[in-house]
Design a binder for this molecule. Sequence first.
Ligand code: FES
Length: 147
Amino acid sequence: MKLKTNNIENEFKKLLNNKFSKSRENLLPALHLLHENSNYLPEWGMKIIGWHLKIPLSEVFGAATSYTEFTLEKPNENSITICTGVSCWINGGEELANQIKLNKNINENYVTKTTPCAFMCSMSPLAKFKDKWIGRININKLSNIIK
Ligand code: FES
């Protein structure tokens, strides 16, 4: 279920109340729920999770920053994230990163970021564009997608 933009904080509180008991073992599932709904982990959402589960924000933040599948930055339409994990790197990720550096169109219009293993190694190499991971990516496929 996606949250509506009006009164999103109250909707998220209700969703948490309906889905999770006030137990600290629900921290990761609650973070996944927030990430699924917002495409990132906004601070307001982590505060609500801490309030609901009676966990200090520092602990919520600690868990949120321990997993590479979570991002604390609002998705940027103009960003490309390249996985630099071993599987992606040796299967073409390094070549992709080098080709992106040389591609004037991509460099002028997009911010390139990296992330350690995105946990989809069987699809390596991977890049993320508009919050969607793309497997078996190469410079031609990426160029066609961002057109
Ligand atoms: S190394 Fe890229 S997904 Fe694991």
